[in-house]
Ligand binder design. Structure first.
Ligand code: BG6
Length: 480
């Protein structure tokens, strides 16, 4: 057997705020992503003490306001995904299209209609929609008026939102995820929790409370989905970064174990196992807080226990190294800044490229949870060069994906891991989340648009397009 199983969900992934554009069309409200400046200054601005979620068109640019205008090009884009042979397409619903300020009781019909059309277009092409309910784009009103996820009031707003979209779309959408990269708040709570210095990110109690509120909200979504149809599958979604100790010094081994527990497993344990992990108190204490300080009710704990997720969705881009005993050079990364690994190459953005680490992660996650896994993001952000005829020779991307798919294949076919599917990130070029740039591209499809917002928006196929088409058609047998 050299092929992936029949029914394996090959596809690609995106997020509304990074590709849709049309940021204020048809009644959409502002989301947190709409006020995050574009360009390399983004993370610096969000981390500064004076960032207060104000839009400043004089000082900054906001590339996601236009995105790649998928809002008006979705038919063309889905047709290209279908041509590649996609079985699944992971996208997110922009919460602020449905509830512009987040706290309304009645939804915005125009927003629902857009996703109705998008879902129908997928179904028409035989593509299974996979929906992230909240992907780094909560309504700005929930941050400005309620202080972000640290406020328990958000549980009800999310529940209402989840109920509306699950009820409307569950007949055509079987796979859902509740929060994108929920554990990213460990390093960067602005995107997923709406917390920056000016509204409490400096106090880890707020981050832990926000997580708790999200866990409860997530369990409520699972409950609603299963009540509508027990066949609907709801997953969690975590950033997974395999982490190695620098050497066999027990100090590094222990520090690495703790890093793994605290970064990779804390959120997944609650969502998948239905209870807080044994190391919770140590983790919170390390950050100057304690479980006692959180508002957690008996009803919350019962709800978590009764409504664990059905599968583990995760992103995997890179691995990290833990070293507490040497001076070292820091590596950059996807929400974690580790130590550079001397055995690995890195991307142009300093992310450590590690296909074997994916096989390690798949085994670790499956061994821990014994629930189906779904790789819902993976890929190489790179600067592509478009030739005059529109072609892009992205052999480096093919090489990255080939090696990761080979690792995945070994985990499935040799290690017995139950893997549902693979949706590489940014299957069509879109705005980067960490830097708000267009020039950090992941797609199989090139979009003619630069960092300054100039370009025709024309779509063209990169070399990786034909390659991935062949991979899917051969069920992963032909990776050449
Ligand atoms: C993940 C996010 O962290 O990584 C995506 O879920 C993001 O939203 C992706 O785009 C790649 O990161 P970046 O910063 O290169 O866009």
């Amino acid at each position: 057997m050299t092929k992936f199983p029949k029914g394996f969900l090959w596809g690609g992934a995106t997020a509304a705020n990074q590709l849709e554009g049309a940021f204020d069309a048809d009644g959409k409200g502002l989301s947190v992503a709409d006020v995050m400046p574009g360009g390399k200054v983004r993370m610096q601005v969000l981390a500064s003490n004076d960032f207060d979620w104000t839009l400043d068109n004089e000082k900054y640019t906001y590339p996601n306001h236009r995105g790649i205008d998928h809002y008006h090009h979705y038919k063309e884009d889905i047709a290209l995904f279908a041509e590649m042979g996609f079985k699944a397409y992971r996208f997110s619903i922009a919460w602020s299209r449905i509830f512009p300020n987040g706290d309304e009781t009645e939804p915005n019909e125009a927003g629902l209609a857009f996703y109705d059309n998008l879902i129908n277009e997928c179904v028409k092409h035989g593509i299974e929609p996979v929906i992230t309910i909240s992907h780094y784009e909560m309504p700005l009103g929930l941050v400005k008026n309620y202080g972000g996820w640290k406020n328990r009031a958000l549980i009800d707003f999310y529940e209402n939102y989840a109920r509306v979209i699950l009820t409307r779309f569950h007949d055509r959408v079987k796979y859902w995820m509740t929060f994108n990269e929920i554990n990213s708040a460990n390093a960067f709570p602005a995107l997923s929790q709406g917390l920056v210095a000016s509204n409490g990110a400096g106090d880890f109690t707020n981050i832990a409370q926000a997580w708790h509120n999200q866990f409860v909200a997530s369990a409520k979504a699972v409950k609603i989905a299963h009540a509508l149809d027990p066949e609907v599958k709801v997953g969690c979604m975590i950033i997974y970064a395999t982490t190695y100790a620098m050497d066999s010094d027990p100090k590094n081994q222990l520090a690495n174990l703790q890093q793994n527990q605290e970064f990779n497993y804390y959120c997944g344990d609650v969502q998948a196992l239905g209870h807080y992990p044994s190391f919770t108190e140590r983790f919170l204490k390390k950050h100057g807080t304690s479980f006692e300080k959180l508002e957690v009710t008996d009803e919350d704990l019962a709800l978590l226990a009764e409504n664990p997720v059905d599968y583990i969705g995760f992103s995997y881009y890179m691995s990290g190294v833990t070293d507490v005993t040497h001076e070292h050079e820091a590596g950059a990364g996807n929400m974690i800044a580790g130590v550079k690994n001397p055995f690995l190459e890195e991307s142009e953005w300093g992310w450590q490229i590690d296909p074997e680490g994916l096989r390690v992660g798949l085994n670790e996650l499956y061994g821990r949870y014994r629930k189906p896994l779904f790789i819902v993001e993976n890929g190489l952000g790179a600067k592509d060069v478009k030739e005059a005829d529109g072609s892009v020779h992205d052999g480096y991307r093919i090489d990255y994906l080939r090696r990761h798919i080979a690792a995945m294949k070994a985990a499935v076919l040799e290690d017995g891991v139950d893997l549902m599917g693979y949706t590489p990130w940014g299957c069509i070029d879109l705005v980067s989340a960490s830097t708000g740039e267009m020039s950090k591209r992941y797609g199989f499809i090139y979009v003619d648009l630069d960092d300054a917002g100039k370009g025709t928006l024309a779509r063209s196929k990169k070399d990786s397009f034909g390659w991935y088409q062949k991979v899917i058609a051969s069920r992963g047998e032909d990776l050449d």
